[in-house]
Design a protein around this ligand. Structure first.
Ligand code: BTN
Length: 323
């Protein structure tokens, strides 16, 4: 996929409201010919942006696009984190991992579109242009890898709390270890990756994707029940507002997590726990555990009651199904 050049970005900004703009108006604004506009418009389709062209009216986007405003987002984050914003990238987690570390404070990577968005267990994360929230936070954690148990659960709690601040508050639940759900349909996910030494300072990369407004076509490769915020809310806030709200909660949570670990969030997690009391099937490596989920431990492990006693399962490459 090609990169979005400055002129492409300008074109998207001009068409973002979904109104028609004539070829000559666009050409004049960009300082290029009408024929060159036609070529650029065609290229935008590579990024999943559907365009219409009507004789005598010009061009318009089939759907208005709601771009992130990086200046306003950085203003909300203030000195709590430094923002890196890109129109398109392969993966914000990859970007956060790629920089030379360790870092001294939180760095936030936000994008409009990922061309190789990563999900858990080697899956792809659908990341169409300006549809959802895609971001990663790189954050230093002292105490090594051992201090990280339960981080994805605490992240889930912070994102769920942010989504409950919306109007109406959304009935978000958490499916251990990392899914955000609304009425059993996935609305977001968390992917934690690590950069650093086993025993020294660890930088953690927390990747979060939240479905904002996705068309069925954009979501055609998602192989599980899903929803997006636009389907759940009467008034969908701008993506910049959503990003600010979710990131603020996370930046507030992280220092607490560093100091106290998951235990400080265990009660909150229990309130959002979607699987507690349910019959589950957990695949962990080549082991299959069948039983009843009975909550999580202070280190984030899931407790599963089986005929042979209670088993403790840790996150990572596990998959959990409610039976
Ligand atoms: C999951 O499988 O549920 C985890 C999905 C995590 C997706 C986010 S989007 C931003 C960040 N960058 C990535 O490549 N993945 C995470």
């Amino acid at each position: 996929m090609s990169v979005l050049k400055e002129a492409d970005q300008q074109l998207i900004r001009l068409l973002a409201d979904g109104q028609f703009r004539s070829g000559s108006e666009l050409g004049e604004a960009l300082g290029i010919s009408r024929a060159a506009i036609w070529k650029r418009v065609q290229r935008l389709e590579e990024f999943g942006l559907a365009l219409e062209s009507v004789k005598g009216k010009g061009y318009r986007l089939a759907q208005p696009v709601d771009l992130i405003d990086p200046l306003s987002l950085q203003a909300t984050l203030g000195d709590r984190a430094q923002l890196h914003y890109q129109w398109v990238t392969d993966s914000t987690n990859a970007d956060a991992l790629a920089i030379e570390g360790p870092v001294s404070g939180p760095l936030v990577f936000v994008t409009e579109c990922q061309t190789a968005g990563r999900g858990r267990r080697g899956r792809q994360w659908q990341s169409p242009f300006a549809a959802n929230l895609y971001f990663s936070i790189r954050f230093p954690v002292s105490g090594g890898f051992a201090a990280l148990g339960g981080l994805s659960l605490a992240v889930g709690v912070a994102v769920a709390q942010a989504l409950q601040e919306l109007d109406p508050p959304l009935p978000v639940t958490l499916k251990w270890p990392n899914d955000l759900q609304i009425n059993g349909a996935k609305v977001g996910g968390v992917l934690i990756e690590l950069a650093g030494e086993m025993d020294g300072q660890v930088d953690v990369v927390i990747g979060v994707g939240v479905n904002g407004r996705m068309t069925g076509h954009q979501a055609r490769d998602i192989d599980q029940a899903w929803t997006d915020l636009a389907s759940e809310l009467a008034n969908m806030p701008p993506r910049t507002t959503l990003a600010a709200c979710v990131l603020s909660r996370l930046l507030e949570m992280l220092p607490h997590f560093s100091q106290h670990g998951f235990v400080a969030f265990q009660n909150d997690f229990d309130r959002y726990d979607a699987v507690r009391g349910k019959s589950v099937q957990v695949q962990s490596g080549d082991q299959m555990i069948l039983g009843r989920a009975v909550g999580v431990l202070a280190d984030g492990a899931l407790r599963v009651e089986t005929p042979d006693g209670v088993r403790e399962v840790y996150g990572g490459e596990v998959s959990l199904r409610v039976r």
